[in-house]
Write a protein that binds this ligand. Structure first.
Ligand SMILES: [Fe+2]
Ligand SMILES: [Fe+2]
Ligand SMILES: [Fe+2]
Ligand SMILES: [Fe+2]
Length: 412
């Protein structure tokens, strides 16, 4: 059944404020939560964080008191929603367990978006970074078993494999090579716009999470791993945010942010298996429709533009957290050797010693590469690395040997 948020009334803003008790829910039970319920919570926390930060930026760039007041209200609500969502995570879920959840989100979110993306340039951007978050999952999983004796398969379950992707050591590219070509706001498909806003918020959340929590890890090796991967998430945010058309007005951006929230909450509501969360997603969906109505009005009043000219008559098909094992294996086989150069992609094999990629990569990987050290330590202790391979061996021949770290793959 089609659903058009533009035709729904939604919850009026004045009815959206909640009291503290309402915002402080009983968290889920980490031993029984569905991995994709956890994933939905992590993603929607990232979406709400982006909503709040975007509205702060809007406030800082807006000199219209009437508008500032309207967005102050929705911003406060976004903050409440963020708390109601993020506080679903229990305190007994450790930093590393949550981190495994974050990388599972990155993997299965990116893989779904890539398979539902028609713009070649955007699809390539998604496939490219997919292989990197997939490798992060493996590095953190080995760290968690090495230091805490907890297997990451308990977190991801049978939905997501854990095995090396494009090795993290090869992710470190020169910042100038992280900027992609952008879409055109006037002719890009709505799905493309939703995909970009969703992945930017997701990656930004991961970046923020590692920025703030990496130093909470107890071992030097683990702190190093968070630091190293945190810098890759910075790259991912730069990579994805540059896909968006920078020529959109603040009011157009506001409309697209609220519309993305509607699409995602509708998707979460449709897909949720936990009854309590299902109600939360539905409640937030109707709040977002309220925000969308305000965005539609502002766009009309301030720029004379009609939201219905920018948006389809019904929401596109819903987003789903689902298993993408086959797809990820295929992309790994095809693209493991890729790196970026200016706005495009090249095989590392085609780059000479003095290339910008190799020069930068050598500089940061100079004497200590935590992502490799974690695996080396694990193998030293256990004889072979930790993996959770469900569809057979790693599709890349060089990555099938579990007793040695291939430090140079995708670098040399
Ligand atoms: Fe929101
Ligand atoms: Fe990642
Ligand atoms: Fe990422
Ligand atoms: Fe919103």
């Amino acid at each position: 059944m089609s659903f058009n948020p533009l035709e729904e009334k939604g919850t009026p803003i004045e009815k959206q404020y909640r009291d503290w008790r309402n915002l402080n829910p009983i968290p889920y039970d980490k031993t029984t939560v569905h991995p994709y319920t956890r994933a939905r919570i992590i993603l929607m926390n990232g979406i709400e964080t982006e909503a709040a930060i975007f509205l702060h930026q809007f406030n800082r760039h807006c000199d219209d008191m009437e508008v500032k007041k309207v967005i102050a209200e929705s911003r406060r609500i976004e903050q409440q929603q963020q708390k109601a969502v993020n506080y679903q995570i229990p305190a007994d879920e450790t930093l590393l367990e949550v981190t495994i959840g974050y990388e599972q989100v990155a993997v299965d979110l990116t893989a779904w978006l890539a398979q539902n993306e028609k713009d070649e340039n955007v699809k390539q951007a998604l496939d490219f970074a997919l292989l990197e978050d997939f490798d992060h999952l493996y590095r953190y999983a080995d760290l968690m078993d090495l230091e805490c004796g907890i297997k990451a398969e308990r977190v991801v379950q049978e939905y997501t494999e854990i095995t090396p992707g494009r090795p993290t050591a090869a992710h470190h590219r020169h910042p100038q090579d992280e900027i992609r070509k952008h879409i055109n706001k006037d002719d890009a498909d709505i799905q493309t716009k939703l995909n970009i806003l969703t992945i930017v918020a997701g990656e930004q959340q991961t970046m923020n999470f590692y920025m703030n929590n990496g130093n909470r890890h107890g071992s030097n090796l683990g702190r190093g791993l968070y630091m190293e991967i945190g810098q890759v998430e910075e790259q991912h945010v730069s990579h994805y945010e540059s896909l968006n058309d920078p020529n959109m007005s603040w009011y157009e951006m506001l409309l697209m942010h609220e519309y993305t929230e509607c699409w995602l909450y509708y998707s979460m509501y449709k897909e949720e298996v936990d009854e309590v969360l299902k109600k939360l997603w539905e409640q937030h969906l109707y709040m977002e429709i309220g925000h969308l109505n305000h965005a539609v009005k502002l766009l009309k009043e301030k720029e004379g533009k009609e939201a219905k000219d920018m948006l389809p008559k019904a929401l596109p098909s819903i987003f789903k957290f689902q298993s993408n094992k086959e797809y990820i294996r295929k992309i790994l086989e095809e693209q493991i050797h890729l790196t970026t150069q200016d706005q495009g992609y090249v095989s590392v094999k085609d780059l000479d010693e003095n290339s910008r990629f190799r020069t930068f990569n050598k500089k940061v990987n100079n004497i200590w590469v935590p992502s490799n050290e974690v695996i080396k330590d694990y193998i030293f202790r256990n004889g072979m690395d930790y993996r959770f391979e469900l569809e057979g061996e790693n599709p890349i021949k060089e990555l099938q040997d579990r007793t040695t770290v291939i430090e140079t793959l995708a670098i040399k």
